[in-house]
Ligand binder design. Structure first.
Ligand code: SF4
Ligand code: SF4
Length: 440
């Protein structure tokens, strides 16, 4: 099959070479972990422990009664020292601070849960929920919620996202090379939950070795197809990935399930496999630590709750002054004010850039070149939405479908006048959503 793609998109430099050939290393054990009770889209958890309690690896320490939420677990064994608000990658949140005893004693619930042949779809979904699994490629949407579509949305296809289209990040690439079996196992488990008989794993063609390894891993699986995708940003965005793999178009304002598809990340599938096979909840993940500001870029298997500072120290520390620190990729990641924050379930990358790389050129006037319109993968007119946003005309921005913006940043990247397109469109979206909530 030829390479599949979507309309629009940009080609930022990949910068993946420093880590794409490096095997994933185990990070050094943290002495203290700070585990946020809110690490995903959805209701924050309530603590299930109190200061002074002893906890073990994999023990549930926070949960919420809300359906759209995922519990959190201890990534170390040791003692709860405090429960207090701390700075996290997405702002201040209540956190459980645990001092490790260095023993890594496993909690009694960390035991194999059976295999997917014997378990029912409902049982698998419950294992996924109890393991606190969320989307590991982006916003961290609870996986059990994605696997619970309303009855009117008949799902017939699952797509695993192995595109990893953000520059610098190679965590998913290494996972596909080093643990393809768990990705396939987790995918089959999710297929059983949704009773679907067709799945695709989409991988960009700059990861030819991963395409080869994954093809070998599914050679006996008639229902799973590896799809080679054109290397183009944002190939891993849900709607673009669905179009590339199935040619189905998610309608404006709609979700993937509107076209019968559920999309998950390859890391999420591997986490599902671990939860079933070993009973281990989501307490660790692969994280790419890179950027010119890091002395020895690596892919590390980090424990959730480890501080960015400690993780960077394991990579030789910073190279000179740092202009920008980001969690995630450079296009859609979250810029951080400090490295004294804990890694969360969605920490796909920790990137440090030098002041030169981070400096933004002064915006100039729009020259109406139309490049932002040509490349917008959501078929929007970023120059107008941005202009209306900057003039506080949010209702007009809404008429221009601002809410369909997937915040990929391609328009800002391509704009020759370096207009603050994404930033202003984000403001418009925030204002429109706030107004809608108020009206409700
Ligand atoms: S308007 Fe939104 S979706 Fe379109 S290119 Fe800009 S950030 Fe991406
Ligand atoms: S790319 Fe920049 S300069 Fe060109 S039309 Fe869009 S906003 Fe204007």
């Amino acid at each position: 099959m030829g390479l599949l793609s979507f309309r629009g998109g940009v080609h930022p430099p990949h910068f993946k070479e420093p880590t794409s050939r490096l095997k994933v290393e185990n990070a050094v054990e943290p002495k203290v972990v700070t585990i946020p009770l809110s690490q995903h889209i959805g209701a924050p958890c309530e603590p299930l422990v109190k200061p002074g309690d002893k906890v073990k690896v994999g023990e549930k320490i926070g949960e919420s009664k809300s359906f759209v939420s995922a519990p959190v677990h201890s990534s170390v064994s040791g003692e709860v020292k405090a429960i207090k608000p701390c700075l996290t990658p997405s702002g201040e949140a209540l956190c459980i601070i645990i001092e490790s005893d260095g023993l890594n004693a496993l909690h009694e619930n960390v035991i194999p849960k059976g295999d997917i042949e014997a378990l029912s779809g409902e049982e698998i979904k419950n294992i996924i929920r109890e393991a606190g699994i969320v989307g590991m490629g982006g916003a961290g949407f609870p996986t059990h919620v994605k696997l619970s579509p309303p009855p009117e949305n008949k799902i017939d296809t699952i797509i695993l996202n192995g595109a990893e289209c953000e520059p610098y990040l190679t965590a998913d690439h290494r996972l596909m090379l080093e643990n393809p079996g768990d990705i396939v196992y987790g995918l089959k488990a999710m297929m059983k939950v949704l009773s679907v008989s067709k799945a695709y794993i989409g991988i960009e063609d700059n990861k030819g070795d991963a395409i080869g390894v994954m093809e070998e891993a599914v050679k006996n699986e008639r229902d799973i197809e590896i799809v080679g995708l054109e290397t183009k940003y944002p190939q891993g965005a849900e709607k673009q990935l669905i179009y590339a793999c199935t040619k189905r178009e998610v309608p404006s304002g709609g979700l993937p399930m509107a076209v019968g598809v559920v999309v998950n990340n390859v890391g999420t599938a591997a986490a599902v496999a671990a939860a079933i096979k070993t009973g281990m909840p989501l307490i660790e993940r692969i994280c790419t630590v890179g950027g010119k500001g890091i002395k020895e870029p690596k892919n590390l298997l980090i424990k959730i709750g480890t501080s960015f500072k400690e993780i960077v120290e394991q990579c030789g520390g910073y190279r000179g002054d740092i202009g920008k620190l980001i969690m995630g990729g450079p296009m859609m990641g979250l810029a951080q004010y400090t490295d004294e924050i804990p890694a969360t379930k969605t920490a796909s990358g920790i990137l440090a850039f030098t002041p030169d790389e981070a400096s933004l050129p002064k915006p100039r006037n729009c020259i109406k070149c139309g490049k932002c319109v040509d490349i917008c993968p959501a078929f929007l007119q970023p120059l107008y939405i941005s202009a209306y946003s900057l003039n506080n005309m949010h209702e007009t921005a809404e008429k221009y479908n601002a809410l369909d913006c997937i915040e990929c940043g391609s328009c800002s990247f391509i704009c020759p006048s370096k207009r603050p397109l994404l930033q202003s469109i984000r403001v418009a979206k925030r204002e429109i959503i706030a107004k809608k909530r108020k009206t409700k």
